[in-house]
Design a binder for this molecule. Structure first.
Ligand SMILES: *Cc1c(COP(=O)(O)O)cnc(C)c1O
Length: 380
């Protein structure tokens, strides 16, 4: 058997919508599919405004511009995250300040955030790892108490909630990804969610290369011109057409993905009980979206051996992240707050199992292979 790590969900209506977009002869950003996607996202998340972007990275870079980050400013974030959470900040000359993570969810440890705040701190970037909420209400309270912006890196957070409130609706801003490896996909794509109404107008300007094109189109200004720093961040109408098909099926796709996640979770309960591994922890009040299934193994040696053994068995398992504070660019551009012992320890022992929409018999095969790799018996 050969089991890929990831497979994009194709829901069936993508080609029809793409054909419709082509027939409309309007392929740049802000056509009718873009509007439909943005309305669908505003409905799902309850944000004031959703703007489609060509990636989550673009939405993070827009957030850094909208936070007004300047050289020497600081942004508190986890080191256990994808590169662009930090590079969006570093591109503005600001400093990612890496804070350790919680051992249970691997999310930013909210109890350490206040110690990392200095007079240069402008924002907190929280990341919802694996679609599990990173105590967003607590982070928002800390941000508000210190006059900071909260940006949610909700790249993995679509269709998940915390205490009944959708991820992406807690921060002043939030960034979601529709990259082919996420739950709901557009190949490459993303959205910036704006919850703070004061940021809507500027967000449109930053999206439109720093121009007031949107206001001009609405007849609110009589000249179309460069008004502030922005870039080319919008998604094309072709991306929006594909994405609209996916958004219509987002709930169904998430339910299916959760079923796979739950099958892993049940299948691995015995191995956890016998001390071979630790399964993901989902805190009370978190409705996650099954984005990632990972296990924590007893040592990095076991983890690396498991990766090799899985490859030998035709199973593509993976690990991440190289903690940013230990990466070459992270060391250049960032500043670690303390030792980050939990981050370094868990990142070295984490193993991600293949997970995709529609996975079936493969789940048992992966669980069985892992049991063999770890030397456990059949009933564990
Ligand atoms: C995937 C991901 C991103 C980047 O998303 P793109 O759409 O590929 O730019 C950023 N942050 C996190 C946490 C991610 O998982």
């Amino acid at each position: 058997m050969s089991i890929p790590f990831n497979r994009p969900p194709i829901v069936g209506s993508e080609l029809d919508y793409l054909r419709q977009a082509i027939d409309e002869c309007y392929l740049q950003s802000s056509g009718s599919f873009t509007r439909s996607c943005q309305e669908a996202l505003e409905q799902m998340i309850g944000c004031r405004r959703a703007l489609l972007t060509h990636s989550c990275t673009a939405a993070l870079e827009m957030s850094a511009l909208l936070c007004g980050l300047a050289p020497g400013d600081e942004v508190v974030m986890p080191s256990f995250t994808f590169v662009t959470t930090a590079s969006a900040v570093a591109l503005r000359g600001a400093i990612p300040v890496d804070v350790d993570i919680r051992p249970d969810t691997l999310n930013l440890d909210e109890t350490l955030v206040e110690d990392a705040i200095t007079s240069r701190t402008k924002a907190i970037f929280g990341v919802h790892y694996a679609g599990v909420g990173c105590e967003p209400a607590k982070l928002r309270a800390i941000a508000d108490a210190h006059g900071l912006m909260l940006v949610e890196d909700a790249a993995q957070g679509l269709c998940a909630s915390f205490d009944g409130q959708p991820l992406g609706s807690f921060g002043h801003l939030a960034a979601v990804s529709f990259h082919a490896t996420k739950n709901v996909v557009a190949g490459e794509g993303g959205t910036l969610l704006v919850n703070d109404p004061d940021l809507i107008e500027r967000a449109e300007i930053v999206l439109e290369k720093g121009t007031n094109r949107r206001q001009f189109q609405r007849g609110q200004v009589d000249k179309y011109t460069w008004v502030e720093l922005g870039s080319s961040y919008a998604a094309s109408e072709l991306t929006a057409a594909f994405l609209f098909a996916q958004l219509e099926a987002a709930e169904a796709v998430t339910t299916q993905r959760l079923a796979v996640w739950n099958a892993y979770h049940e299948g691995l309960a015995g191995l956890e009980a016998s001390g071979y591994l630790r399964r993901p922890v989902i805190p009370e009040g978190c409705a996650h979206n099954g984005h990632i299934y990972y296990v924590i193994l007893p040592s990095s040696t076991t983890r690396d051996a498991a990766l090799r053994a899985f490859r030998g068995a035709g199973v593509d398992s993976q690990f991440h992240y190289v903690p940013l504070h230990s990466s070459p660019a992270g060391r250049t551009y960032g500043r670690p707050q303390g030792e980050l012992t939990v981050t370094s320890d868990l990142a070295g022992r984490l193993l991600r199992l293949p997970i995709w929409h529609g996975m079936g018999d493969e789940i048992d095969f992966v669980v069985g292979t892992l049991r063999t790799i770890l030397g456990a018996s059949r009933c564990e």
